[in-house]
Design a protein around this ligand. Sequence first.
Ligand code: NIG
Ligand code: FE
Length: 459
Amino acid sequence: MARALRCSFCGRSQDQAGRLVAGPDRVAICQGCIELAREVALPSARPATGDLVLTGISELVTNDPRSGSRLGVIEDAALAIRHGQVVWVGAGGDLPVRYGELPEMNCQGKAVIPGFVDPHTHLVFGGDRSDEFALRLQGATYLEVQAAGGGITSTVAATRAESPTDLLASAIERAGQMLEQGTTTIEIKSGYGLDLATEVASLEVGRQVGEALPVDVVTTFLGAHVVPPEFSDDRSAYIALLETMMPVVAASATYCDVFCDEGAFSVPEARRVLETGKRYGLRPRLHANQLGNTGGVELAIELEAVSADHLEHIDEQQAQALADSKVVAVLCPTASWSIRARQAPGKLLWDLGATVALATDCNPGTSYVVSMQLVMAVACLDMGLTLDQALWSATRGGALALEEMNKGRLRPGDFGDVLVLESDSYRHLAYRPDRNLVKTVVKQGDIVVGSLAPESDLA
Ligand code: NIG
Ligand code: FE
């Protein structure tokens, strides 16, 4: 008796599978496996064109205040992207017929928001510092651990010991996790090399992350993170060395940052480094007032820095001065959370009218966090931001902190970087903090995480 035909992929018989398509030599495939293959192959098979129409959007967050509120929410919306750029935004019923020619993704009643822009990360590093986390849980402070030889210096040793290939592999892994959580633009700092070769290698790793993954990367030179051990007896020699590095690193970075704080660099030292950086075209930004009130904010305003980051130790007057300036306040709520230190006055900064951005500050010491969704949750729960403020700060605020005027917002001419959530409202963000609510990531009109819904016109 002839053997019954079975699906060559899942092994189910005709009785179990319902329908089998037979090929030569008793090779066969069942309907379930055909569907699975289509699902897997479709997104990657679709050529990257940067063209997409999103329909069936329950709530579209545009961050375009012309649509009413600051978040510019449009209900029952559609969005068209051509060649990677937003070309049309509005109510679904008003979608012009001409966009019918573009591939369509039916969002089936889900919310859509701009891609997250993370404007402050230390993504390139070797090793981890879980031992320090355990010490802090037993009561040690961040500065005590640093004084005992841990802290940034221990990551510098681990980073110098790794090959650029290994540094790249771990940075790509973390950036990939960020992308899955909806981050479409990442700032990446050096700062764990603190010698010319490792600083340049770190910046190059950062740049290569942006080539390996569909995320945009902006790089920042943070050679002035701490004084490395080999210069502990001669700080000014290290600062002089930083100045000689500047023309070299300027080829690989957009910004120059200094950790201006207790246990790091003083205001005069930071001024010298940032002014040298400026001469080589590196725009200044600062780690300011994270651990103490040591003058970083005033320096950021004086130098017209692009951003002043952290700001845990600022008073109302300093918050007002920031609000009166063009300096973006980049807040890192998961850093304070992780080192159990005070939070920056996020609500006060918002109330005073400062431009506020949120960042993961991803690093092995103070914030081993990749998710902007978690950052939003901590900003709401521990800093007192409203959900709308947190979402704006995690998208448009981040874009402004990186001088990316056409990101973090969805109006014609802006980047087609959008996230389809698994919920029908953006209000589930922060409210459900343990869940990755990002179902699909679209980077400049191409689906890079997730897939087209089965009922899409492309199926
Ligand atoms: O932003 N403050 C300086 N840099 C990091 C900490 C880096 C580390 O501890 O390795 C921060 O929190
Ligand atoms: Fe930082």
